[in-house]
Design a protein around this ligand. Structure first.
Ligand SMILES: C[S@@+](CC[C@H](N)C(=O)[O-])C[C@H]1O[C@@H](n2cnc3c(N)ncnc32)[C@H](O)[C@@H]1O
Length: 230
C-alpha cells in the first residue's frame, strides 16, 4: 500500500508532521485491519463535499490551548448537523505499539476474541485495540481541540464517529474511518470546531466513559464510537 498521499498540506500545517489524506498502517498491523482502516476512500464515496476549514493559531489567553492550533469552520455558512468534516487520519497501529504519552492517539476498534484455555477448556476474552496516532503524521482533524474551557463553549459542536463504505470491486469489504462530524446543533460560521475527548482523556487513570475518547493511553482503554454509513 502506498505509504501516504501526495496531496499538498493545507496552510499552517506544521512542517514536522507528515500530511496525510489516507491512514498509514504499522508494519505490525494485521492484513484485515490494514484493509479495513487504511484502504483509500474514493472521493465520490465521501459523505459530502469537504467543507472549507482552516487551521489557525489560537491567540486568546482565555483559551486553554492558547498558543497552540485549532480547527475552524472557514466556509461562508454554518455547517448543518451531521455534516462530515474530515477523517481522523494518522498512523494505524496495534495496541502494543501505542505511545501512552501521545495526545493524538484514538481508538478505532476493540476486537474481542474468545480464547480457550487448552488445559481447563475455560473461555476468556482477549481484547485488542486498533489505534490511530496523528502525532507524526495526520490530517486537519488532528487539530480539533476539546471544548472544555474554550470561551463560548458549554458543549462540543462536533463529534467523533466512525464512518464506513463499501469498497468498490470487493464485495462484502468495508472501509472504515474515524471522522469528525458537525454535532446536533451544527457549527456556526467562523467557529472553532471542538469535540469532547471524553473524561478519560483528561483523567487517564479512570475508565473511559464516552466513545470518542482520544489521547493519552487511549488505545488501551477506550471504546470506538458507533459507525455511520457514508
Ligand atoms: C489532538 S491535539 C489538538 C490540537 C493541538 N491544539 C495542536 O495545536 O496540535 C490535543 C492537544 O491539544 C491540547 N488541547 C486540546 N483541547 C484542549 C483543552 N480543552 N484544554 C487544554 N488543552 C487542550 C492539549 O495539549 C492536547 O494534548
Amino acid at each position: 500500500m502506498a505509504p501516504s498521499s501526495t496531496a499538498q498540506p493545507p496552510p499552517h500545517f506544521p512542517a514536522n508532521v507528515q500530511y496525510l489524506t489516507t491512514p498509514v498502517p504499522s508494519r505490525l498491523l494485521p492484513a484485515t485491519h490494514r484493509q479495513t482502516f487504511c484502504t483509500p476512500c474514493p472521493p465520490h464515496l465521501l459523505p459530502n463535499p469537504p467543507p472549507r476549514i482552516a487551521i489557525r493559531t489560537i491567540s486568546d489567553p482565555r483559551h486553554p490551548a492558547n498558543g497552540q492550533s485549532g480547527l475552524f469552520n472557514a466556509s461562508n455558512k454554518a455547517l448543518p448537523r451531521g455534516t462530515w468534516i474530515r477523517d481522523y487520519v494518522g498512523w494505524v497501529h496495534t495496541e502494543g505499539e501505542a505511545d501512552p504519552t501521545s495526545g493524538y492517539d484514538l481508538a478505532l476498534d476493540r476486537i474481542v476474541t474468545d480464547v480457550v484455555d487448552p488445559e481447563t477448556s475455560e473461555t476468556s476474552q482477549h481484547v485488542e485495540v486498533v489505534g490511530c496516532d496523528a502525532t507524526r503524521m495526520g490530517g486537519e482533524a488532528r487539530f480539533v481541540n476539546d471544548y472544555r474551557g474554550v470561551p463560548g463553549f458549554e458543549r462540543p459542536n462536533a463529534v467523533f464517529e466512525l464512518r464506513s463504505w463499501d469498497v468498490p470491486g470487493q464485495p462484502g469489504k468495508k472501509g472504515v474511518r474515524m471522522a469528525v462530524w458537525a454535532g446536533p446543533h451544527g457549527i456556526d460560521k467562523g467557529s472553532e470546531i471542538c469535540v469532547s475527548y471524553g473524561k478519560g482523556y483528561w483523567r487517564p487513570q479512570e475508565p473511559a466513559t464516552t466513545p470518542a475518547d482520544a489521547g493519552k493511553g487511549a488505545t488501551s482503554t477506550k471504546k470506538p464510537a458507533k459507525s455511520k454509513k457514508g
